[in-house]
Design a protein around this ligand. Structure first.
Ligand code: ASP
Length: 434
């Protein structure tokens, strides 16, 4: 069986077993707890850690080689500018779509005051921890200054991806300014590092079907399905917003701007989407996204090596949709009606915070608490949605990664470095030889 299908099978089997366990005996049952503690969680963690393990060397090597491969700082500036414009425009479209959908569906009408009180009490502890994090997450001029790491090793140790990206950009730019003979040994080392890391990703992908099954089993077996009914209208609104973004905006881009049929594109990037769904982390998905860009799409490394790390940290369309919807939903629940100009501010803030959010599970929550308090909605109100956030996180992360891959293909195409005809005919043969 092909690896992608095996991963899909892992997802389906882990999900189905988890849901059955949850709805029959529950996650606290000793057998289920035992399976989680000794099988599902460790396997999931091994897979996740294998991916995280390579993120820092991968980002550094691929950004540096991407920049050095372009060979000219002006070209880097142009491609970088185009990438940022793409991130910005698609994120703004996403946030606006979220606002339109939530205002049409008005999911707050379906939440009774009793549900609100119950959820607020049940998740009070978790919510106040997030509010505290939000209080320490300041956003201002220093947010930009802090992108420049004082110490790249410390940035790497703290998984400060933006810091590593910045260091990689400067390092790559400096390499292009050296005489070719001087730059060559360093480029060779980085090339080798990149190859090694790609091999390690290959190892991780071999255990992906089991890792994905373990991660999904853990989430599904302990998920509060009872909570789903309480806020079903809200969950439905977010999922509808995400689906519409994929069906309208991303499909338009893939069909008209990239020139590939959206279902074909989807089938090619499936492994990255499943990894995103099961890990809820754009950063952890980065190695898989890169492997997919290389072996399934055939996008040149000079483009994806640069676009995907930036996208994983800065381009979060799914998160912007989720934030727009959640802010309006919670504001209405707390009796705060926003005017049209205020909704415009929500869109701007959703875009800014989606760009600023870390690509880790729940990375956007503290930033979103900040938007809530801006409009006089108590930050603790986040308690109402925390219980079901994991399922929304899985879904929005999938859309985030989907957008990153469209960005890489679109940029490669507009730079004249790739056309849909460059997509490998038999990608699985390429994947196994990689
Ligand atoms: N989990 C998301 C991601 O990694 C971020 C978020 O929306 O919380 O893309």
């Amino acid at each position: 069986m092909k690896l992608h299908n095996k991963i899909l099978l892992g997802l389906a089997a882990g999900g189905a077993a988890g849901v059955v366990a949850n709805l029959t005996v529950g996650a606290t049952h000793p057998v289920i707890a035992g399976i989680n503690d000794y099988l599902a969680v460790p396997i999931g963690q091994i897979f996740l850690r294998m991916l995280f393990m390579v993120v820092i060397p991968l980002v550094f090597a691929s950004i540096t080689l991407g920049v050095a491969g372009m060979g000219d700082i002006r070209k880097v500036g142009r491609v970088g500018g185009k990438a940022l414009a793409y991130f910005f425009v698609t994120t703004a479209l996403a946030a606006t779509l979220g606002l339109i959908v939530v205002n049409i569906i008005q999911p707050w009408e379906r939440v009774t005051p009793e549900t609100r009180v119950e959820l607020m009490e049940r998740f009070a502890g978790d919510a106040s921890a997030r509010v505290e994090t939000a209080a320490t997450t300041e956003f201002g001029i220093n947010t930009f200054v802090n992108v420049i790491p004082r110490n790249p090793v410390q940035a790497a140790a703290g998984t400060d991806l933006l810091g590593i990206i910045f260091f990689g950009l400067v390092f790559g730019a400096a390499l292009t300014l050296l005489p070719a003979a001087k730059a060559k040994p360093m480029v060779d080392v980085l090339e080798a590092l990149n190859e090694v890391v790609i091999k390690i990703i290959g190892f991780a992908m071999r255990i992906a079907p089991y890792g994905v099954a373990g991660l999904i089993f853990t989430v599904a077996s302990s998920f509060g399905f009872d909570l789903l009914t309480a806020v079903a209208a809200y969950v439905g609104t977010v999922l509808l917003g995400l689906a519409l973004h994929v069906l309208l905006t991303l499909s338009f881009i893939v069909h008209f701007m990239i020139g590939v049929s959206p279902p074909r594109f989807f089938l090619r990037i499936k492994a990255a989407l499943i990894t995103a769904f099961s890990t809820s982390s754009s950063s952890a998905t980065l190695p898989t996204s890169m492997a997919v860009a290389e072996t399934q799409l055939g996008v040149p490394r000079s483009i994806y090596g640069f676009t995907l790390p930036l996208g994983a940290t800065m381009c979060m369309n799914g998160t912007a949709i989720f934030e727009g919807i959640t802010v309006i939903f919670l504001a209405q629940i707390f009796g705060v009606s926003l005017t049209l100009p205020q909704m415009g501010i929500v869109v701007v803030m959703a875009v800014v915070t989606a760009i600023g959010a870390a690509g880790v599970p729940g990375g956007s929550i503290p930033l979103m608490v900040g938007i809530l308090t801006m409009f006089g909605v108590p930050g603790e109100g986040i308690a109402i949605v925390l219980g079901i956030d994991r399922i929304l996180d899985m879904s929005r992360t999938t859309v985030n990664v989907w957008t990153d891959l469209t960005a890489a293909a679109w940029l490669a195409k507009t730079e004249g470095l790739w056309t849909p005809a460059d997509m490998p005919v038999d990608p699985d043969a390429a994947a196994t030889s990689a």
